[in-house]
Structures are given as C-alpha cells and as structure tokens.
Design a protein around this ligand. Structure first.
Ligand SMILES: C[S@@+](CC[C@H](N)C(=O)[O-])C[C@H]1O[C@@H](n2cnc3c(N)ncnc32)[C@H](O)[C@@H]1O
Length: 563
C-alpha cells in the first residue's frame, strides 16, 4: 500500500482551489482504479501560486488529514507519494503518476493503468532533465497554464506550448514496437523501412503515437482547463490538430471527459484580441537531430580562455589541501558484495570507482556526528550512500535520485544486504526539502553540483561534493554565475562559462590542455567554495588520492558549525 498526500489550497462546500500539479494528479486519479494507493489531502494557505477552481467532487472518496511532519512539500511540489514499508518517497508529477499506475496495473488487458504506462511501461520514464518530452508534459504545459491563470488584460496570446503541441501532432510518430505493429496491421511486406515510415506517418493519433498513454492523460487534464478558459472557437481556428486529438480522446476514453465535467469550475476569460506568437517549430521528442544545430553549439576559443585566465590573480584561487599519498582505505572484504561495486562495474572502472568511494567516505566520516542525517544527492545506483549506511548503522542516510531505474537498483542492493538505515527519494534534487546535516554528491553533473551546494547552504548542512561535467553548466534561474562575490569582482557570467568549458579539458596527464583544464577546474570550484565561505562555512579543496582516481577528482568540503 502506498499513501498519496495532496496539498489543497482551500475547500468549502462549493469550491476547491488546487495548484496545477495537484489538479493534474487529482484529475488523473479519477480516471483509473488506484486501489493500492490511498489518497489523503491536507489544506495549506497558498498565497502566490495560481490556483484552479474545481468542484468539491474532485476530492470525493479521499481522506482529509493534517499534513504529517514527514511530508515536506516545496512550492514546486505539492504532492508526495510514500511507501512506508519500502522507505520510499516519490516526488514530481510524472514520477508520482507512473508509480501510482505501476501499483494499480494488472495483467488484465482491459486494465487502463497498464495501458497508460505504454510500451514496456516506459511512458514518461525519463526525468524532465533528461527528456524534452517529459519536460514538455511536466513543466512546459503546466507553466503555460499557470501563465494564463495569472493573466490580466484584454489582449491575449495563445501559449507557445499549445502551438508546439499542435505542430508535434503533425510530425511522424515515435513508435517503439513498430515491426510488431506492422505485422499486426498486415502491412509488413518486403521493405520494412517503407512500412516503418508509412506507419509512423499515419499514426500520430495520440500524443506519443498510435496508443493513448499517460502523456495523453496529463495533457488532456491541462487542455480541459485551457478549453474552458479560451472557448472552442479560438482553439479550433488556431490549434485544429490539438482539438482533433482532444475529440479523439473523448471518444475513446469517455471517462476523461466525464471527469473534466465533474471536477472543473473554470470560467471563460474575457479578451478582445488574440495574438499568435511566432516560435521555432521543433520536435518535442528527445532525439530529433534537427534540434542539434551545429551553429547553436558553443565553441571555446583558446584566446578567450587565455584572456579570462588573465582577468583574476592566480592567488585568488583556493589552494589544494595536501592529503596522504595513499589515502583512506576501506575494508572492502568486510562489506556485503551486494553493496560494493564489484559486481556492477567492469574491471577497468572498478579500481578507480573504489578509490573515489574511499575518498568520499573518508571525507564524510570526518564530518559525521552520532545521529547526523546524511544525504547522497544524485546517488545513481547508490554506490556511496549504501556503503556509508553500512558503515554508520546508527545514522540515517537518504538517497536522492531522479532516475527511476537507478533508484530501483539501489533499493534492491540495500534490501539484499539487509541495510535498514536508508531512506530513498525518487526525486529531482530541487524538490527534496527534508532537514539534514551533511549533503554529499559524487560526480553530480554540471549544474547539479551547484544545486547540491545551494541545497546544503539553505539547510545549513555541511557538504562533500565531487563535481563533474563542468562544461555543461549554464546560467539559469536556479544558478547565477559566478556564484561568489569574490569572483564577481573579476569576471562576468559569460567569462565564467568559458572557464567552465575549459575545465572539462582534463585529459591524461601528458595532454597539452590538461594543465590549463585543471587550472580552470580550480577556478570554478574556488568560486563554488567562496560562495559557501561568504555565508559562514569553513571550506577546503583537495584532490582525490592516489592521483589518477578520476579526471574529475576535486573534493569540495564545507563545514557549517551550527553552534
Ligand atoms: C554521474 S551519475 C553519478 C551517480 C553516483 N553518484 C555515482 O557516483 O555512482 C549522476 C547521477 O545524478 C542524477 N541526477 C542528475 N541530475 C539530477 C537532479 N537534478 N536530481 C536528481 N538526480 C539527478 C543522474 O540521474 C545520475 O544518476
């Protein structure tokens, strides 16, 4: 049994006000039998978020509760799914709906939950950070709706997300099991590729192709609100393919429409003029080669690197703390084989992974106090977090990872080794908001290292971070570069990006660019550490031992004294 906690803005006899994500999940749950998932709702006063006006029927059959202390909902994440027995928490719209469908699915071919999960239960499996399509369903479309809900004035502009969806429906479908389908439709003749194309061209009936899946349900719930707000005339004129898709969904799954009529109280907006914005027509599927335009790639020129490296005094960087050549060594033989990397990595990578883990474990053990709560951010399959939990049985270790498959592997490993002091969060790291004392991350890619750093700072937690993929950082709302006041005095955001790109040029020791790459790595990580030092942390930068453990071998330590 799993428990789902839904945050609700307000409830009266006649009205319920819901945040967009709460609404989508509530809508979806009325469309299939979710018996293994018990739904609870709790009220919280919400001042800033746009809310959707619903009928009380949207909460029918669910239990009103006070928010349990263990449920910490961030602004971005108003719904939490918990499996107490598995010590698992799931956060994020698509992950929650996938986990609920998974629990509710059966082998029965008429089971709608199984159908919505799609081919090999893969619909919307990749996290939004890794998939353009999940990003579209989980972020872009809900954001477009939030923008309309907050709209005032009499000129109204059709959301680009809706126009993109309309274009998307005109493009060839992505069909996974195309050969089987072609056989089923008796289309398979001597030229399979022709059939594949023919089939693809014809079958973009639903959001992902010929079958109705979870993405259709999410988009349907959103589109029902757009339809109420805008009226059908404007939508028929400007996004005819979306309207056709909508009618097809209503026809094939009348339940969707019944739910929409039962729950929505949203009224039509009044506007005098509608504008159609221009936008770039590109696919919303992940691997559309047209998205990767060479002209859009950023190339770092040597003269730019030279110039930026000359803009700040070299002694502004944090020097490396010397460590013993051999470093800390774990007693690998004393650990269960389930939790060491031996059976999970090829021999070539194994030794280096063991060295990386020894460096991280040693740094965290130095900071750990009895009872400290430790979080392994971007835990992947749990190499680091599970070993620490085994070594520190009286501490709690929390694994936070947004890839379903990786976290599943971590849970299986911990279960096989009977390690119980672990909690698992299938979650984007920015949704995670439980209190903790030490945050760690091994090879958190690009900006993820900065998000981990920010998360630790906001919780006044100490940290041990080994960053990687320096070149993939890019300025966004959540991270502004440089991060420290110290570096802001010398370089701008675009100059910082030059440093970050060059920091990835750490090839083997003999390579002519390696020295420069290392210098840039040191500059980027000095900036990261200064940003923590400026907020009261004692900081340290060191390199893993022995040399060669990893090309990305920096260990950033920040100690926050809560006294
Ligand atoms: C290079 S792997 C490192 C995995 C693990 N720490 C290790 O050393 O084996 C980075 C991991 O971070 C996860 N990740 C990246 N961005 C994330 C985010 N914003 N929230 C949660 N996990 C994230 C990825 O899914 C991936 O599993």
């Amino acid at each position: 049994m799993m428990d789902l906690y839904l945050r609700v803005g307000s409830v009266t006899d006649k009205d319920v006000m819901l945040e967009v994500e709460s609404y989508i999940i509530a809508f979806a749950l009325h469309c299939f039998d979710h018996q293994p998932v018990k739904v609870h709702y709790y009220m919280e006063v919400l001042e800033v978020t746009p809310l959707i006006h619903c009928c009380p029927a949207i909460l029918d059959g669910w239990t009103k509760t006070d928010r349990p202390d263990s449920i910490v909902c961030t602004q971005k994440c108003p719904v939490t799914l918990v499996s107490k027995s598995e010590r698992l928490t799931v956060l994020g719209l698509c992950s929650i709906l996938r986990a609920t469908l998974y629990k509710s699915s059966t082998k029965d071919s008429s089971n709608i939950a199984s159908k919505l999960l799609g081919f090999r239960q893969g619909c919307l499996m990749a996290p939004a950070e890794a998939s353009v399509w999940t990003q579209f369903c989980e972020v872009d479309m809900p954001d477009a709706l939030k923008a309309i809900l907050e709209w005032h004035g009499d000129r109204w502009s059709i959301p680009i997300a809706l126009l993109r969806f309309d274009v998307h429906l005109s493009l060839p479908a992505r069909i996974h099991n195309v050969r089987k389908r072609a056989q089923e439709l008796s289309l398979c003749d001597s030229s399979p590729s022709t059939n594949v194309l023919g089939l693809s061209d014809n079958l973009h009936t639903y959001a992902e192709g010929p079958d109705m899946v979870l993405s259709d349900l999410i988009l349907f719930s959103l589109f029902s609100v757009f339809r109420n707000l805008c009226g059908t005339d404007i939508l028929n004129q400007n996004i005819p393919r979306v309207m056709e898709w909508y009618r097809k969904c209503v026809q094939v799954e009348p339940k969707f429409n019944k739910v929409s009529e039962m729950v929505l109280k949203v009224k039509k907006l009044k506007f005098s003029k509608v504008e159609i914005p221009t936008f770039e027509e590109q696919s919303i599927y992940k691997r559309d080669p047209r998205r990767y335009k060479p002209s859009n790639r950023i190339f770092t020129r040597q003269e730019d690197v030279d110039q930026v490296l000359g803009m700040f005094p070299i002694d502004v960087m944090i020097p490396y703390t010397e460590k013993e050549e051999k470093g800390y060594q774990l007693e690998w033989n004393s650990l269960s084989r389930h939790i060491t990397p031996h059976d999970y990595l090829p021999t070539k990578r194994l030794e280096r992974k063991m060295q990386q883990l020894e460096n991280m474990v040693s740094a965290v053990m130095n900071l750990c106090q009895p009872g400290s709560i430790i979080v392994d951010f971007c835990s992947g399959g749990g190499h680091l977090g599970i070993i620490l939990a085994a070594l520190l049985p009286s501490n709690t270790v929390i694994l936070v990872e947004n890839k379903e498959e990786s976290l599943k592997r971590a849970r299986q490993r911990a279960m096989s080794a009977h390690i119980r002091n672990l909690d698992f969060y299938q979650s984007n790291l920015d949704y995670f908001d439980r209190p903790f004392d030490i945050g760690m991350a091994l090879h958190a890619c690009g900006m993820a290292s900065d998000l981990v750093l920010q998360k630790c700072i906001s919780h006044q937690a100490s940290f041990v971070i080994c960053p990687c993929c320096y070149g993939s950082v890019s300025p966004a709302n959540s991270a502004v570069y440089p991060q420290s006041q110290k570096f802001k005095r010398y370089i701008s955001g675009s100059e910082y990006i030059v440093l970050a790109h060059s920091a990835d040029q750490t090839h083997d020791e003999e390579h002519p660019k390696t020295l420069q790459g290392r210098l840039c790595m040191q500059a980027v990580d000095s900036d990261r550490l200064f940003s923590a030092e400026e907020l009261g942390y004692a900081v340290q930068l060191s390199r893993m031992t022995p040399p060669g453990s990893s090309p990305k071998d920096h260990v950033l330590v920040g100690i926050f004294s809560k006294l």
